[in-house]
Design a protein around this ligand. Structure first.
Ligand code: ACO
Length: 461
């Protein structure tokens, strides 16, 4: 194949220092050293390196803090902790900027397809047409799953959530494809990358077919990535299935905008699991589990379910905005707010525009799209949401498009996982390539009992 080889995951013998003495920009995870930060602990002063990234994000390097001072940092939820340097995705949550490998998301969504964006994220550069051609062929070549794996689907209960099925079957890839598990062999890693990208749509579509009791449809290698997924989702053996090119285009855009988002919960999970040298299939399976939660990838499902509830309740948008403002209600506007974006999520803007176009094209009136727009309008004019900088996020409108395509609500997080896959892979490879890579092992502040005397069971009350 013509695609450049992935960077070797073998680590150099002599690890490079985490911070260069003089300012240098290295490719992977490059940072500039920018003087020192001073820290006072109980009257004693310490100097810590101050680093700056290529977009002027600044960080205090505390990697030697405990060795120097005996003190660790505490940051629950990693609100303020950089877990790594990374050269894959830049996002500025204050300004609403998102770029993959330096290219704005708006440009990539307009000019590339998902396979090209996957190549960019994983190989670090836009492909030439030969490279894209052979990468695409490689993905087509691996679309089928081992025939014995198909029988797994018979064992899952029919009402199993497709994310549960997806995570299980992806984990099971390591039982069927044992010839590509060595994390130190770049060729084996590359084969695993191709297998994952090619097979995930097949595994995902089979999860859906199983849940509705229809026969599993084999992939078709003459179709594009998204067309093939749609035919595996919706075709049946007894009649012709016509793929709507606008649906395929909308799906392509949705996968692109989900493809990476730097150190989010699932990506950090993939990096953390991979840091123990767990193979790529196992690491990605862990990422799928992390993505499933309603505060992360499950939010698109939660968001549509909330919109449906508002429609069923008479469409009183203000009532729900007011409810979300009451702390004791336990209710939040799903699809609103983001840990990093304190501005309009640029992905939400792209999705909203596609949603508008798609609904107009198919001349379908969807009351939940109207409610979503009203909800956005009311919330964005409300002091509570303005003060807290709560804007619609990527999940707010994506569900409306999926619904228009006939994709059931439970499949929404599965589609998110398909989109996020190249980002997870790129981070897993980058993590292994880093000269300063170590197993991820956070510290803690113990708050439990001090040393206690053991009581024999007969004396316990
Ligand atoms: N509705 C109402 N109030 C909200 C919402 C919301 N959706 N989101 C945040 N707030 C409020 C909080 O109550 C809090 O108020 P306070 O300062 O008065 O206590 C303030 O805004 C800050 O919220 P936090 O929970 O501290 O923000 P955090 O960064 O931890 O959470 C999160 C971000 C989890 C995304 C949150 O906004 C949320 O729960 N949103 C709804 C779920 C959702 O849409 N998740 C998808 C995220 S995108 C993704 O994962 C792909």
């Amino acid at each position: 194949m013509n695609a450049p080889s992935l960077p070797s995951v073998a680590r150099p013998v002599a690890a490079a220092p985490a911070v260069a003495a003089t300012p240098v920009a290295t490719g992977f995870g490059g940072t500039l050293s920018e003087g020192v930060a001073k820290l006072d602990i109980n009257g004693k002063s310490y100097e810590l390196p101050l680093l700056v990234g290529t977009e002027n994000e600044r960080a205090v390097d505390i990697s030697k803090l405990r060795a120097m001072t005996g003190v660790v940092t505490l940051d629950e939820g990693y609100v303020n902790t950089g877990s790594t340097t990374s050269a894959i995705t830049f996002l500025d949550g204050e300004k609403g900027i998102l770029r993959y490998r330096g290219y704005p998301i708006e440009v990539l969504a307009e000019k590339c397809d998902f396979v090209e964006v996957s190549y960019l994220l994983i190989y670090g550069k836009l492909p030439t047409s030969d490279e894209l051609n052979s990468f695409g062929k490689m993905l087509s070549h691996h679309t089928m799953i081992h025939e014995d794996m198909r029988s797994f689907y018979g064992g899952f209960p029919r009402d199993a959530h497709p994310m549960a099925t997806l995570g299980s079957v992806v984990g099971a890839l390591s039982t069927f494809y044992q010839d590509s598990l060595d994390v130190r062999d770049p060729r084996q890693v590359e084969v695993s990358v191709h297998r994952l990208l090619a097979k995930l749509p097949t595994i995902a579509a089979y999860s859906h077919k199983k849940s509705i009791g229809q026969p599993l449809i084999y992939p078709r290698n003459d179709l594009s990535y998204c067309e093939n997924f749609l035919q595996m989702m919706f075709a049946v053996p007894c009649e012709e299935y016509h793929i709507d090119p606008d649906f395929a285009d909308a799906l392509d855009m949705l996968l692109i905008v989900h493809a990476d988002h730097e150190q989010n919960c699932s990506t950090s999970t993939v990096r953390m699991v991979g840091s123990s040298d767990a193979n790529l299939f196992a690491s990605i399976s862990a990422g799928i589990c992390a993505l499933w939660g309603p505060l992360h990838g499950g939010a698109n499902q939660a968001s549509v379910e909330m919109l449906e509830k508002i429609v069923a309740d008479g469409g009183n948008v203000k009532k729900y905005v007011d409810l979300a403002k009451k702390k004791d209600s336990g209710f939040r506007l799903m699809g609103f707010g983001h840990r990093v974006y304190k501005n309009y999520d640029p992905r939400a803007r792209l999705i909203k525009a596609t949603c508008d176009k798609l609904l107009a094209k198919i001349a379908r009136h969807d009351p939940i799209f109207d409610i979503a727009q009203q909800l956005e309008e009311v919330a964005l004019a409300d002091e509570y949401f303005i003060e807290r900088k709560l804007y619609p996020n990527v999940d707010f409108y994506s569900g409306v498009i999926y619904r228009a395509m006939g994709i059931p609500v439970q499949m929404f997080p599965v589609l998110f996982a398909m989109g996020r896959l190249p980002g997870w892979i790129a981070h897993w490879i980058e993590m292994h390539h880093s000269p300063s890579q170590k197993i991820c092992r956070p510290r803690q502040i113990y708050t439990g009992e001090r040393l206690r005397d053991f009581e024999p069971i007969s004396k316990r009350v």
